[in-house]
Design a protein around this ligand. Structure first.
Ligand SMILES: Nc1ncnc2c1ncn2[C@@H]1O[C@H](COP(=O)(O)OP(=O)(O)O)[C@@H](O)[C@H]1O
Ligand SMILES: [Mg+2]
Length: 323
């Protein structure tokens, strides 16, 4: 896997169509600040891959100007090489946090640093080292997977030669065969499109890969393919990954550490095993992530926060959890 750390030239922003919210993936060439990523997980040297320090983001909703703390005084730290999971029900604040890290939203309070770069003061430096895959990725839908990947690669200043080979290699690892590479993207299933989105993000070798619900809504086969691929990336130790999910088994399988975000608040954090051990020791519950989630949020992961009583009158003004 070519998660390189070579400096590349500065890109311009692409604006491919297709995102329901008019957002596009923040792109930029990979430039590693400081020491090379890779080797042992949780390296102590250099700044952390991600530092979130007492961050709050509010939205004002509806005619009654109801204030929602989508992210509420959240602090966390992700080490280089770690796979860090953010678990939460719909409406919990996962995507908002990811968007704050990706510089797509401004922070109301607190600060975020990516490899030591402040997202507010040094937006371009942050964009160069991250890539985000959202539930609803933006693509040129009339172009093929291969053309979309070449476009992205060029924006990052990657030489065209070699892109095809690398793109095919990554897509093959994701279980997307060569024969589909030339078809317009709009003709591919959502699972396949999601694989192309992940391939595109990996192709540009981000130092910090943000995966916002990478498997939500995928068919079972694609879901397994994507999970296996993330697991491979994890074993290779050379990317730092922050992924959000509301799939407990996925979080358990893929993440070195987990945080649970509930109504914007980070209610607990730890390795899956630590959290399971705690629910058993402190609450006498079975050591599963289901018990963990119930214990710290008081709800099941299937409960949709946005559907709770009292929220109905603003429902039409609310954005969906994806994007
Ligand atoms: N652009 C926005 N404008 C207004 N409210 C928003 C916006 N984005 C998110 N929210 C609200 O913030 C809260 C957290 O949403 P989100 O971060 O999408 O949660 P999740 O990704 O965990 O489902 C929800 O109450 C949601 O309605
Ligand atoms: Mg979301």
């Amino acid at each position: 896997m070519a998660i390189s750390t070579e400096p590349r030239t500065t890109p311009t922003d692409p604006a491919p169509s297709g995102s329901s919210q008019g957002e596009h993936e923040p792109v930029g060439p990979t430039r590693q600040a400081g020491p090379v990523v890779g080797g042992a997980r949780s390296r102590a040297d250099g700044p952390p891959a991600l530092l979130v320090d007492r961050v709050t983001k509010r939205f004002v909703l509806g005619r009654r100007k109801k204030v929602v703390n989508a992210v509420d005084d959240v602090s966390l730290r992700v080490a280089r090489g770690e796979v860090y999971g953010i678990l939460g029900a719909n409406g919990g604040g996962k995507s908002t946090l990811i968007r704050l890290v990706s510089t797509l939203l401004t922070i109301d309070e607190g600060r975020i640093e990516v490899f030591g770069h402040d997202v507010a003061r040094d937006e371009m430096a942050v964009k160069r080292v991250i890539n985000r895959v959202s539930v609803d990725a933006a693509f040129f839908k009339k172009l093929s997977p291969y053309e979309n990947l070449v476009y992205a690669a060029r924006l990052y200043g990657m030489p065209a030669s070699g892109v095809r080979v690398e793109a095919e290699r990554i897509l093959a690892r994701l279980g997307l065969g060569r024969s589909r590479l030339g078809e317009p993207l709009e003709q591919l299933s959502r699972g396949m499109q999601q694989k192309v989105a992940i391939a595109r993000a990996i192709l540009t070798s981000p130092s910090l890969l943000l995966l916002d619900e990478p498997t939500t809504g995928l068919d079972p086969r694609s879901k397994l393919d994507v999970q296996a691929f993330i697991e491979e990336l994890r074993e290779e130790h050379d990317a730092t990954i922050v992924l959000t999910t509301h799939d407990l088994a996925e979080a358990d399988r893929l993440c070195d550490r987990l945080a649970i975000l509930d109504r914007g608040r980070l209610v607990v954090e730890g390795t899956p095993d630590e959290l399971k051990a705690r629910v058993r020791a402190e609450h006498g519950l079975s050591p599963t992530l289901d018990s963990v989630f119930m214990t710290w949020t008081g709800r099941s992961l299937d409960d949709d926060i946005e559907d709770e009583p009292g929220d109905e009158d603003d429902a039409s003004l609310r954005t969906k959890g994806g994007g």
